[in-house]
Design a protein around this ligand. Structure first.
Ligand SMILES: NC(=O)c1ccc[n+]([C@@H]2O[C@H](COP(=O)([O-])OP(=O)(O)OC[C@H]3O[C@@H](n4cnc5c(N)ncnc54)[C@H](O)[C@@H]3O)[C@@H](O)[C@H]2O)c1
Length: 381
C-alpha cells in the first residue's frame, strides 16, 4: 500500500473501541464485544430517507454500494469489511463514506436504517440476526442462510419487529426474467412442460460452498418466481474434483402437473454459457443471457399428437411457425431491486423476494445437497 492510500485508510476508518477481531471461519461472525458506550455517530446518507450500512466489500459488495448510491430514497453511510485492503478500495471510490472493520459499528448504530449483508453464506444468519435485533431492515445476499431453521428464525424475528427482509435474488429484476414472467402469465407458452437451464463457466471457485450453493440460487429463485407449479422433489448428482466441494452438478426438480426442470451448474466449463429453454404446449422460448440484443426468442413450434378412429398409430404433427424476439428492458437489475426495496420499506409492502422466498430456495438447496450425498436419491420437498 502506498503512503497516500495508507493515510486515507487510517483517516477514514472508524476505529473500534476494541481491537478488530479477525473473524476467521471457526470464530463468531459477530464478535462478542462488550457493550460500547458512545459509538461514533455515523453521518446519515445526505437527503436520503434510508441510511444503509453495507457489510462485505469483496467481489459483490462494490455492486451493492454503487447501486445504493444511485438510489433516490436510500444511500450508503458506512461500509464494513474485516479486511483493510477492501476498505482502502472503498476510500478510493467513495471518500465521503465512513469505514469500519467492526460489524458492530454498523449493526448497533442508531444512524443506520438498513443493513446489507454481502459476506459469505455462512455469516449471513448471525449478521442478519444481529441487524434485526438492533431494529434494522435487512438486505441479505443469496443464498439467504445455510439452513432452513436459520431462515425461519430470521423471518420470525423480522415479523416480530415489523422489519423487512429482502434476499438478493438479483435475476428477478432483470428485464429478461420480467419479460418471461409476463409471457408465461399471459399464457403465451401455454402449459409449461419443462424448464432447462445451463449456468456454467470457469470458476470462480468458492471454498465454503459447492457449485450448487454458489450458482443454483440464481436459477432456483428464477424458477420459484416464474413457475406457478409446486416443486415436489429434487434429485441432484455432482462430483468434486479439485477442492473438496462439488464443482459440477446437475439438479432435477419435479413439479406438479408433470412440469420438470433441470439445472446444470459447473465451475469447470471452458466457456461461459447462460441459456435457458422453456417449453410449453403452445410456444417455446430460449433465453440467452449473454446476447446483448434478442436475449429472448419465442418459437411458435410444438408437437401435436392425435389418433384417428380405427387407426392405432399415433399421428404426430410438428408445428414450425415463426420466431420473434420481444423487447427486453436493460436497466441494471440491482438498481431496480434496490429501488423496490426502499419502496417496500417506506410503503410497508412485502417484497416478492422476502425471507419466505429465501427460505424456499434454501430448502431446495438443502434437498439438492442431501440428494448429492446418495448419488441422486429423490428428496421430497
Ligand atoms: N446476487 C449476485 O448475483 C451475487 C453475485 C456474487 C456473489 N453474491 C453473494 O454475495 C455474497 C458475498 O460474495 P462475494 O463473492 O462478494 O464474497 P467475497 O469473499 O469476495 O467477499 C466477501 C467480503 O466480506 C468480508 N467479510 C466476511 N465476513 C465478514 C464479517 N463478519 N464482517 C465484515 N466483513 C466480512 C470479507 O473480508 C470479504 O471482503 C455471497 O453470499 C454470494 O453468494 C451474489
Amino acid at each position: 500500500m502506498d503512503q497516500a492510500s495508507a493515510a486515507v485508510s487510517i483517516r477514514r476508518v472508524v476505529e473500534a473501541a476494541h481491537p478488530v477481531v479477525d473473524i476467521g471461519k471457526p470464530k463468531p461472525v459477530v464478535p462478542v464485544l462488550h457493550p460500547r458506550q458512545g459509538l461514533t455517530r455515523i453521518r446519515p446518507a445526505e437527503k436520503k430517507a434510508l441510511s444503509v450500512g453495507v457489510i462485505g466489500y469483496g467481489y459483490w459488495g462494490p455492486n451493492i454500494v454503487r447501486n445504493f448510491q444511485l438510489q433516490e430514497h436510500s444511500g450508503v453511510s458506512i461500509v464494513c469489511d474485516r479486511r483493510r485492503d477492501a476498505l482502502d478500495k472503498v476510500a478510493r471510490s467513495y471518500p465521503e463514506l465512513e469505514l469500519t472493520c467492526d460489524p458492530m459499528q454498523v449493526l448497533r448504530s442508531p444512524d443506520i436504517d438498513v443493513v446489507a449483508v454481502v459476506t459469505p453464506v455462512w455469516t449471513h444468519y448471525e449478521l442478519a440476526k444481529a441487524a434485526l435485533e438492533n431494529g434494522k431492515h435487512v438486505f441479505v445476499e443469496k443464498p439467504f442462510t445455510s439452513t432452513s431453521e436459520q431462515a425461519e428464525e430470521l423471518i420470525e424475528l423480522a415479523e416480530k419487529k415489523n422489519l423487512k427482509i429482502m434476499v438478493d435474488h438479483t435475476f428477478l429484476f432483470t428485464g429478461a426474467v420480467r419479460k418471461i414472467k409476463e409471457l408465461i402469465d399471459a399464457g403465451e407458452l401455454g402449459e409449461i412442460y419443462y424448464y432447462d437451464t445451463t449456468r456454467v463457466n470457469l470458476g470462480l471457485f468458492q471454498h465454503d460452498v459447492n457449485v450448487i450453493w454458489d450458482l443454483a440460487p440464481h436459477d432456483l429463485s428464477i424458477m420459484d418466481y416464474l413457475l406457478a407449479n409446486k416443486p415436489e422433489a429434487v434429485i441432484a448428482t455432482g462430483q468434486k474434483h479439485l477442492n473438496g466441494v462439488e464443482d459440477i452438478a446437475f439438479i432435477t426438480v419435479y413439479y406438479s402437473n408433470k412440469l420438470i426442470a433441470h439445472v446444470n451448474v459447473n465451475w469447470l466449463s471452458p466457456v461461459k454459457v447462460r441459456t435457458t429453454l422453456v417449453g410449453g404446449d403452445k410456444q417455446m422460448l430460449m433465453w440467452n443471457d449473454l446476447e446483448s440484443d434478442e436475449k429472448i426468442k419465442i418459437y411458435d413450434r410444438g408437437v401435436h399428437m392425435n389418433t384417428r378412429e380405427g387407426v392405432y398409430d399415433l399421428l404426430v404433427s410438428y408445428r414450425s411457425g415463426d420466431m420473434w424476439a420481444p423487447q427486453v428492458e436493460n436497466t441494471e437489475a440491482l438498481k431496480v431491486e434496490l429501488a423496490y426495496f426502499s419502496q417496500c420499506i417506506l410503503e410497508d409492502k412485502t417484497p416478492l423476494n422476502d425471507g419466505y422466498a429465501g427460505l424456499r430456495i434454501v430448502k431446495m438447496l438443502q434437498a439438492a445437497n442431501q440428494s448429492l450425498q446418495s448419488r441422486g436419491a429423490q428428496v421430497l420437498l
